[in-house]
Design a binder for this molecule. Structure first.
Ligand code: HEM
Ligand code: HEM
Length: 203
């Protein structure tokens, strides 16, 4: 599998960043909703509410690092051609929703960080070290950041549902193998041989 994108396919670097960010988002949503519904003295999966908060903050900051690498990769590497079976409307939708998803990769961790720092809660990074607070206690800023975090957290679910509905409509209904464009090459080849009109023929 080539490292960089090619005209007909995504390279290994883009695929790696895509799936690592998917994993981070899945963990963040699961932890976000668990920690906000747990009572202080309750545990889930052997973790206290405080553990969940610490891991949510730490994984969120690591996800921000990956999002930055991913944006650099998208900026400096060329994008592959559109999957040929996408309609004009789907291309526009994909473009708009991908923009909203990139925004989420930055807005979610940054708003979370501003909230906990301006609120005076801090970050016990990986439960190893307390990060310095570059903002200081500012209650109004903390409240704005908190609501940005919560509301954009819900809004991005719409973008995600739209992103996944285009992918799964093509993968499962039209069966043109769009998902293989983001998966390792071995599956990609199987899809091409199974369905000659598959989009993988664009390679
Ligand atoms: C990819 C990054 C992130 C995602 C997707 C994410 C997502 C979420 C979600 C879904 C919630 C639950 C919201 C609700 O109450 O309904 C939440 C809550 C929260 N997040 Fe994040 N988060 C991310 C990063 C961060 C970071 C980096 C921090 C802090 C350093 C942070 C701090 C918090 C806090 C303190 C809450 C509780 C808010 C409340 O009081 O309701 N998050 N997050
Ligand atoms: C299970 C969930 C997901 C699936 C199955 C999925 C699948 C895919 C596929 C197949 C593509 C390639 C589309 C094409 O150009 O042919 C793609 C691209 C993309 N996906 Fe996802 N995706 C998922 C979740 C996410 C999440 C959580 C994010 C970000 C928060 C995301 C952001 C993107 C972006 C920005 C692109 C455009 C390529 C790039 O710049 O990396 N996806 N996705």
């Amino acid at each position: 599998m080539p490292l960089l994108n090619e005209p007909g396919s995504y390279g290994a670097i883009t695929k790696f960043f895509h799936w690592i960010v998917v994993l981070a988002f899945a963990l963040q949503y699961a932890a976000g909703y668990t920690m906000t519904s747990l009572a202080r003295n309750e545990t889930a999966l052997g973790l206290t509410q405080a553990n969940f908060y610490n891991w949510h903050k730490s994984i969120g900051l690591i996800a921000l690092l990956f999002a930055s690498f991913r944006l650099l990769n998208r900026h400096f590497d060329r994008l592959p051609n559109w999957a040929p079976n996408l309609t004009r409307t789907e291309k526009r939708m994909m473009h708009d929703y991908e923009t909203a998803l990139y925004l989420a990769m930055f807005l979610m961790p940054v708003s979370g960080f501003i909230y906990v720092m301006a609120g005076g809660y801090g970050v016990h990074f990986l439960e190893l070290a307390h990060l310095p607070n570059p903002i200081g206690k500012r209650p109004l800023l903390a409240e704005i950041a908190k609501w940005t975090h919560i509301l954009y957290g819900y809004a991005v679910l719409i973008a995600l549902a739209a992103h996944m509905s285009v992918v799964f409509r093509h993968q499962l209904v039209l069966q043109d193998g769009i998902l293989w464009r983001m998966l390792p090459r071995r599956r990609h080849r199987q899809a091409a041989s199974k369905n000659p009109s598959s989009i993988t023929n664009a390679e």
